[in-house]
Design a binder for this molecule. Structure first.
Ligand SMILES: CC(C)(COP(=O)(O)OP(=O)(O)OC[C@H]1O[C@@H](n2cnc3c(N)ncnc32)[C@H](O)[C@@H]1OP(=O)(O)O)[C@@H](O)C(=O)NCCC(=O)NCCS
Length: 154
């Protein structure tokens, strides 16, 4: 997979990837697209993963306001047809590397405790993230918010 910048023309394909993953609710897809639309303000950064010229994966990240060099991974998604081939790891590795080069200290990833996010939680654990907090019933009753961190600074 080739990594590269995302542009406005990728918006439709980005929606296809988010819909196809089948884990995000429609309102969450809407938020992800709003964040993409706001990207030009500079608060969020996007990195795309391409198979030839086809967008197959993307990550969205940015500095966490009010913190000392903490960053949030706001979104990461790989099209289901391309999952389990290491593309998610490659993408996340590149995000981490770019942040390290800028002196970032901590990267935060959050996900849900629902069973359909099992693979996602395994993905973060396999990439060296540690579960540091769980907020019970945060998203809905029985659906906790699970927070992972990874130290980027040595
Ligand atoms: C999470 C996600 C980005 C991972 O991308 P990916 O390209 O499939 O990940 P990789 O191929 O690099 O997999 C790395 C590791 O993650 C874990 N993993 C990923 N998918 C898994 C699955 N279906 N079952 C079990 N483990 C899985 C494994 O540990 C895997 O390593 P292995 O293949 O050597 O066993 C992708 O599954 C995805 O887009 N999921 C839906 C969206 C989502 O949940 N995003 C994060 C929340 S914002």
């Amino acid at each position: 997979m080739r990594l590269g910048a995302l542009q406005r023309i990728h918006r439709g394909r980005l929606r296809e990837i988010l819909d196809a993953t089948a884990v995000f609710r429609p309102d969450e897809v809407t938020v992800a697209l709003e964040v993409f639309d706001d990207a030009l303000t500079g608060d969020y950064e996007f990195l795309g993963g391409f198979d030839n010229d086809d967008l197959i994966a993307y990550a969205c990240f940015g500095a966490t306001p009010g913190t000392d060099r903490t960053f949030d991974l706001y979104w990461i998604a790989v099209h289901p047809s391309a999952q389990r081939h290491g593309d998610g790891s490659q993408l996340l590795g590149e995000v981490e590397q770019r942040l390290r080069e800028r002196g970032a200290r901590l990267l935060i990833a959050e996900t849900s405790s629902r069973a359909d996010y099992d693979a996602t939680r395994r993905f973060y654990l396999a990439r060296g993230y540690q579960e540091v907090a769980r907020m019970r019933d945060y998203y809905a009753v029985g659906d906790d918010r699970v927070i992972y961190t990874k130290a980027l600074a040595p």
